[in-house]
Design a protein. Structure first.
Lengths: 163, 163
């Protein structure tokens, strides 16, 4: 059990404010081969196993057009993670650093992000590679990879502001 | 007013489920030159204006180590955006496509993400370039850019699983 939620030497937890500033709706669920957090990749790989992203109604109509993008940015809710550590020791060797300098799932708002390779679009979701979360993780957003997306909306003044 | 929250020809809204599946805490605030949504860039640029990311307590200790990364992934809450559109018409020309094929702020969970260029770390936050949000936008996460980050934690079985 100690691997799941312990505080290690050098780590620092805080008594965080109540998380009530905004609320999320789970728009789907991510199906992966990993049924335990101790099995998941630390980072998803583009040549990793095929995973299924299930999208719930009423959001399935929002999938129209995703087939135009070879890669998608996926945001998901790391529902098993504690949220109170500000310093963490990933190697459990007594050395710790700030949470914002790590891509650990333990963060004040435990949102994971990955760039997934799109394999197939289904009426109720996607088949992708590149995930790194445990089976059953709640889905919160799907966007085109920023490096592939060029805005369709008219330019605004800020688009042309350079330093 | 019509530019802010209207539904355009071809767009489709839904009656969404209550957003009560998980809750966020605002961990800071983003200060940008743009005081109106009609001024912001459609996408942040690395040579854009200097912006300040203010981090609230008790999260400032989590900044330790971010100076190791030239680029940071910033997640923020698009607090002014409606959340109910599944098909959108960015050019307002009668043509619409699914929300998940766009990087529009209007999404079931209005979370923005950008890759910011780090300019300076302060005790209470960061100076960066590359933001695209309105002044005062709530901050929800800071992570190293995935292309610069190599996990420190020991490998897990999933790291070596290839298709």
């Amino acid at each position: 059990m100690v691997r799941y939620n312990e505080i290690r030497a050098g780590e620092v937890g805080v008594d965080p404010p109540a998380a009530t500033d905004a609320s999320l709706v789970f728009i789907g669920r991510i199906h992966t081969p990993w049924t335990d957090r101790l099995q998941t990749p630390r980072q998803g790989r583009a040549d990793g196993p095929l995973c299924r992203i299930e999208v719930f109604e009423p959001w399935r109509a929002a999938l129209d057009g995703v087939e135009k993008y070879a890669r998608l940015e996926i945001l998901y809710w790391l529902h098993l993670s504690r949220r109170d550590l500000v310093r963490q020791s990933p190697a459990n060797d007594g050395r710790a650093r700030g949470t914002f300098s790590l891509r650990t799932p333990v963060r004040p708002n435990p949102i994971g992000s990955t760039i997934a390779t799109l394999v197939e679009v289904h009426p109720d979701g996607l088949s992708v590679r590149g995930m790194d979360c445990v089976d059953g993780t709640p889905l919160i957003d799907i966007k085109p990879d920023r490096t592939l997306f060029i805005p369709i909306a008219p330019r605004q003044p800020g688009d042309d502001e350079v330093a």
